[in-house]
Design a protein around this ligand. Sequence first.
Ligand code: PEP
Length: 249
Amino acid sequence: MSRRMVIAGNWKMNKTPSETRAFIREFAPLAAGAEHEVLLCVPAIDILPAVEAARGTNIQIGAENMYYEESGAYTGEISPDMLTDAGATHVIIGHSERREYFAETNETVNKKVLKALEHGLIPVVCCGETLTQREQGITVDWIRQQIKIAFLGVSADEAKKTIIAYEPIWAIGTGKVATSEQAEEVCGAIRALIAEIYDAETADAIRILYGGSVKPSNAAELFTQPDIDGGLVGGASLKTDFKDIIFWK
Ligand code: PEP
């Protein structure tokens, strides 16, 4: 099976609604005609202006987080209905910054993945190891545990639609990139795990992205690995040069 690549941006806590509108107006013509899926995951307040500015283009808009309850007394949180009503199609779940600064756990990640799928949102499930874990030689064990828990209760059909992003924490925002061998080793192990949990067909269908200091100069090397189906891009998605990652070949 040939999987369609996904090149996704993660804006983190950057850009105001007016900056969002201006960026997408300038960026959309540059991304037009891309062979890969193009996704921008933006702060909650930027979703509506982003969806409006991206209407009629090939740019899909996603959220960076979501709560796992439907509604109620959860001050400051955003619900799946709010995201779908605003026009978001995807949602990043369990980014390492959410795990580190906002106490997200494998269990909350699993609840969010299930809730996103229930609402037709495509989860972009993040996993990744610290430098210490890599040095301890437990990277693959750690990632397997994160993914196993994230996918508890997810059916094979739902898993096929889901996107996984492997993001070594030591490579996020640091300028340090995993070598293509390191990235492929883990993405291959994730695909093998999906085959173990589900079956070969599901493993073949699921898209697995690499994230961590991806830029135009290293995109081709990473994206030509057999188990890497695109990238989740932080810093480099904030400028219109992001088009050079989208058109990496
Ligand atoms: C990210 O935010 O998911 C990320 C990979 O960031 P950066 O590309 O800046 O390392």
